[in-house]
Each structure stands twice: as structure tokens, then as C-alpha cells.
Design a protein around this ligand. Structure first.
Ligand SMILES: [Zn+2]
Length: 297
């Protein structure tokens, strides 16, 4: 064996700590299980002084429209602003934040398992190959032996490097997708609050796909003339989430349409306004507004 069982166990533990550390940086420490807390304490990681990033980002996205010129720009400003008395109170927000935390937690846990499985199988395969090599040539000299060993170690290093590249990509995907969910949900909550006295079926929203968005997003969020398509906000909320669904089952939603999706959060079309090709709005008056909306659903 070139890699012992103990080494593999140690690597698993390191992965566990790395991802738990990531969770801790992004979530409220309360989200961690008692075992995760114990592991972190055993490794001398402090549980205090961590930012509750999901809650801060939700607050920020709830409080500011995407084109609000007064919104804070740097991460530090966002946190300072969120810590001040602008944090929204109430069950709706608490449950939105808790949903986002759980969703991120699940994504990270899943990713962690994938990493552990990939790394385990790289080592198991290498060990197996090494063993076969030894059985074929039992009388090898010590020099040959070390060359042989080095060859395998190089192979493992290469595979591990490839795996970590993939993992970094996966990790970015998780963060981008969860942030898209967070931004979409926070903006939707704001639209709901802003229209507390209105029938939500008559509150219309649109999402602006980036120019490099995929055909699904373009189809969902643009009309045939490429202006943003309008939806009653209740329809997007009612479609839930596309998480874990096949492409053919995807629907237009308030959060991430799919992993890596490149679309703005839902934006409310103000009564009497029409939406332009670039996603800005211009006033058209209320007289023909409902007809306009009907033609752009
Ligand atoms: Zn897309």
C-alpha cells in the first residue's frame, strides 16, 4: 500500500473541516450540528466572530432595488448597513433566511460527499495498481522500487490536482446558484411587502437575462421581440424551484432558474409603466396599461 487507511481517514477529516469552516463563514453558527461544532472546537477554530453572511445579504437585497444609486457597494458597507436597524423583522424573513441557509447547507454537504468519494476512489485505484505492479515484479531492486513509487505518487498528485480544479468549479457553482436564489427571494419578498394592499395576481414582474444567458432563460424571460416577458408575481412564486429537475421540467421562477443562470432578480413593473428592450421602464399611462401587460405576458 502506498497510501494507508489512516492517511485516507485524515484526508476525509480535513475535507470535513474545510467544508464545515466554509459553512461557518457563510451561515449562522447555530446552523451547525453539534458534531460539526465539536470537530471545529477540537481543531481550535473559534465559533465566535463569524459573519452571518446569508442574513446580511438577504437584508441588503431586500432593502435595495438593483438600480438604487444609494445602495452600499463594498462588502464591508453591505455588512455595516445590514447590522444597522435596516434588518427586516417578521416570520416571512426569518423563514426565507432559514430556507436559504438550509439550501446552502444541503448543497455544501452534497459537494463534500462528492469530494470525499472522488478522493477515496483515486487512492483506492492507485493502491490497487501499485499492488498489481508489485505482484508482477517481486524481485525489483530498491532503486526501481522508488522509481515505481514516485511514478504512482506523480499520478495521484495529477489526479488530485484535476479533482481540486473540478471541486473549485463545483464550489463556485454552488455559491453562484445559492446567491441567485437569495437575491431573487429577497427581491420577491420586498415586492410582496411593497404591495401588501394589492391583489398579488395583479402585481407584474419581469427578469432581465444577461446577453449571454442560455436559450431556456431567454425563452422564459423574453418575448419574441426580445423585451422582458411579464409574469404575475404569483405565477413565478407558484412555480417553486427548479432544483433537481430535468431541463424539460424547468419553469420560470423567482430564484436560480438553473445552476449558473445569468438573470436579474424579479423586478416589478410599476402600474402605468412599460418595460423597454434594455429592462428600464418608461411611463405610458394607465389607460392602455392592462392591455399592454396582457400582450406581454
Ligand atoms: Zn439560463
Amino acid at each position: 500500500m502506498i497510501i494507508s487507511k489512516d492517511t485516507l481517514e485524515r484526508i476525509k477529516q480535513l475535507i470535513e473541516l474545510k467544508y464545515t469552516g466554509l459553512l461557518l463563514k457563510l451561515l449562522n453558527p447555530e446552523v451547525l450540528s453539534s458534531q460539526q461544532k465539536k470537530d471545529l472546537l477540537d481543531s481550535n477554530v473559534s465559533l465566535s466572530n463569524y459573519y452571518d453572511i446569508i442574513r446580511y445579504l438577504y437584508t441588503y437585497n431586500f432593502n435595495y432595488d438593483i438600480d438604487d444609486p444609494t445602495k452600499p457597494n463594498s462588502f464591508k458597507e453591505i455588512i455595516v448597513d445590514a447590522i444597522s436597524n435596516r434588518t427586516p423583522n417578521g416570520d416571512v424573513h426569518t423563514s426565507a433566511i432559514s430556507y436559504l441557509e438550509q439550501s446552502l447547507n444541503t448543497a455544501i454537504e452534497k459537494l463534500k460527499q462528492v469530494v470525499i468519494n472522488n478522493i477515496s476512489s483515486i487512492f483506492l485505484e492507485a493502491n490497487e495498481e501499485y499492488r498489481r505492479g508489485i505482484l508482477q515484479d517481486l524481485d525489483r531492486s530498491e532503486t526501481l522500487e522508488s522509481v515505481f513509487k514516485e511514478k504512482f505518487i506523480n499520478q495521484i498528485t495529477k489526479k488530485l490536482r484535476e479533482t481540486s480544479k473540478e471541486v473549485n468549479r463545483d464550489w463556485q457553482r454552488v455559491v453562484v446558484t445559492e446567491l441567485t436564489n437569495l437575491i431573487g427571494i429577497a427581491h420577491t419578498d420586498k415586492i410582496i411587502m411593497d404591495n401588501a394592499d394589492t391583489d398579488l395576481d395583479t402585481v407584474f414582474v419581469y427578469r432581465k437575462p444577461m446577453s449571454d444567458a442560455c436559450r431556456w432563460c431567454k425563452e422564459f424571460y423574453l418575448t419574441s421581440s426580445d423585451t422582458p416577458k411579464l409574469y404575475p408575481i404569483t405565477e413565478l412564486i407558484g412555480n417553486g424551484s427548479n432544483y433537481g429537475k430535468k431541463n424539460s421540467e424547468w419553469l420560470p421562477v423567482v430564484g436560480a432558474t438553473h445552476p449558473w443562470s445569468r438573470t436579474s432578480p424579479p423586478i416589478q413593473l410599476k402600474p402605468g409603466f412599460k418595460v423597454n428592450l434594455d429592462g428600464t421602464q418608461s411611463f405610458m399611462g394607465l389607460k392602455d396599461w392592462l392591455d399592454y401587460v396582457k400582450n406581454n405576458l
